[in-house]
Design a protein around this ligand. Structure first.
Ligand code: HEM
Ligand SMILES: *[C@@H]1O[C@H](CO)[C@@H](O)[C@H](O)[C@H]1NC(C)=O
Ligand SMILES: *[C@@H]1O[C@H](CO)[C@@H](O)[C@H](O)[C@H]1NC(C)=O
Ligand SMILES: CC(=O)N[C@H]1CO[C@H](CO)[C@@H](O)[C@@H]1O
Length: 323
């Protein structure tokens, strides 16, 4: 064989061994019989039910946590790692919360069957349970993920809230999502809060013109200006779903609100304005099967693969010490 031929063969072998184990198959019910007689998923559900009873806003915390985990380097719990240059220190992770919930679940499953349940799976299972508790319907999740060993702020490539729909769609397309997937996933903004700093420009100085965003209902502008005064140093929270009776419920009222010009983040409002997304959002505003669609989209979000080699971390906040 020629030198070039051997080189090509060697390269081919290296590439195929690198590629082969990259897809640890995810499956529904992965933890069945992996933890003695204990049903791992129901252990998680029980903890989530008690946390939710104390604080129903955890559904928002977890939805955002899963998005930020899966979108950056796959669903590998890299967002949970502590450290001065870790993902959680990156700008877009400002105010991400729920780390304590994952720690609490991890402590219980480690006590029952150590080294079995990955932090990445805990995020996905806990989020699923929180959505169901917030009346968003129960979808079946796949599990069998491994936790990643790398978490770097510089890898955080999340879309920004003042992107156009087509810019955001391009970011989602890079991860294999259609515009329809994106519009459904942004329905996650049916719960939770943003902070004044993210919408100050929409209230006072949109595009540097010294006026509010013309796509926002003027009555809402007036109300939000009270909550977010011009020169305030306090960064108040603002509900993403302005329908007071459903701010804690995972339903399609987010889409109804944006057609009433009551979207809070610029990207949310744009979904109802941009011709790329408008009809998809309108269909969701009238849909009776939002829960099913949202569940499917969350499952798809959960299929974004982490980089191997992975591990089951002992603590969700740190990679295991090399032995
Ligand atoms: C283009 C995509 C997205 C952008 C630009 C975006 C942006 C944001 C911003 C700026 C905030 C407010 C942060 C703060 O003020 O503290 C936020 C909150 C939130 N996001 Fe997104 N997001 C996107 C997609 C998603 C997706 C796909 C989900 C989940 C399926 C999600 C779930 C949430 C939730 C639940 C909150 C509230 C968190 C809380 O109350 O703690 N977002 N998002
Ligand atoms: C407000 O929320 C309630 C409860 O989820 C829902 O029935 C109603 O359709 C929503 N209305 C609007 C305009 O968003
Ligand atoms: C959705 O409902 C609104 C009224 O709430 C109606 O004007 C619109 O045509 C409907 N759109 C679709 C796609 O069904
Ligand atoms: C938990 C954490 O480290 N959050 C950080 C997210 O990013 C913002 C902006 O860089 C920091 O101020 C937060 O401390």
């Amino acid at each position: 064989m020629s030198r070039g031929g051997r080189l090509a063969l060697a390269l081919g072998l290296v590439l195929s061994t690198l590629a082969a184990p990259c897809f640890a198959a995810l499956q529904v019910g992965y933890y069945k019989n992996k933890c003695g007689l204990v049903d791992v998923e129901s252990v998680v559900s029980t903890i989530m039910a008690s946390r939710f009873a104390k604080d129903p806003s955890i559904v928002a915390a977890l939805l955002r946590l899963q998005f930020h985990d899966c979108f950056v380097m796959g669903c590998d719990a890299s967002i949970l790692i502590d450290g001065t240059s870790a993902e959680k220190t990156a700008g877009p992770n400002f105010s991400v919360r729920g780390y304590d919930i994952i720690d609490a679940v991890k402590a219980v499953v480690e006590a029952i069957c150590p080294g079995v349940v990955s932090c990445a799976d805990i995020i996905v299972m806990a989020t699923r349970d929180a959505v169901a508790l917030a009346k968003g319907g129960k979808y079946s999740v796949q599990s069998g993920r491994l936790d990643g060993k790398v978490s770097l702020a510089q890898n955080v490539n999340l879309p920004g809230s003042s992107m156009t729909v087509s810019q955001a769609a391009a970011a989602f397309a890079q991860k294999g999502f259609t515009i329809s997937d994106m519009v459904v996933l942004l329905g996650g903004h049916t719960v939770g809060v943003t902070h004044c700093s993210f919408i100050q420009d929409r209230l006072y100085n949109f595009n540097g013109l010294g006026k509010p965003d013309p796509t926002m209902d003027p009555k809402l502008v007036a109300a939000l200006r009270l909550r977010c005064p011009k020169f305030s140093t306090v960064n108040n929270p603002v509900n993403l779903d302005q329908n007071a009776s459903s701010a804690l419920i995972v339903d399609n009222s987010f889409y109804k609100q944006i057609f009433l010009r009551r979207g809070i983040l610029q990207i949310d409002q744009e979904l109802a304005v941009d011709k790329l997304s408008k009809s998809l959002a309108m269909t969701l505003a009238n849909a009776t099967d939002f829960s099913a669609q949202f569940g499917r989209a969350m499952v798809k979000l959960g299929t974004l693969q982490g980089r191997l080699p992975g591990e089951v971390r002992k603590s969700c906040r740190a990679v295991n010490k090399p032995r």
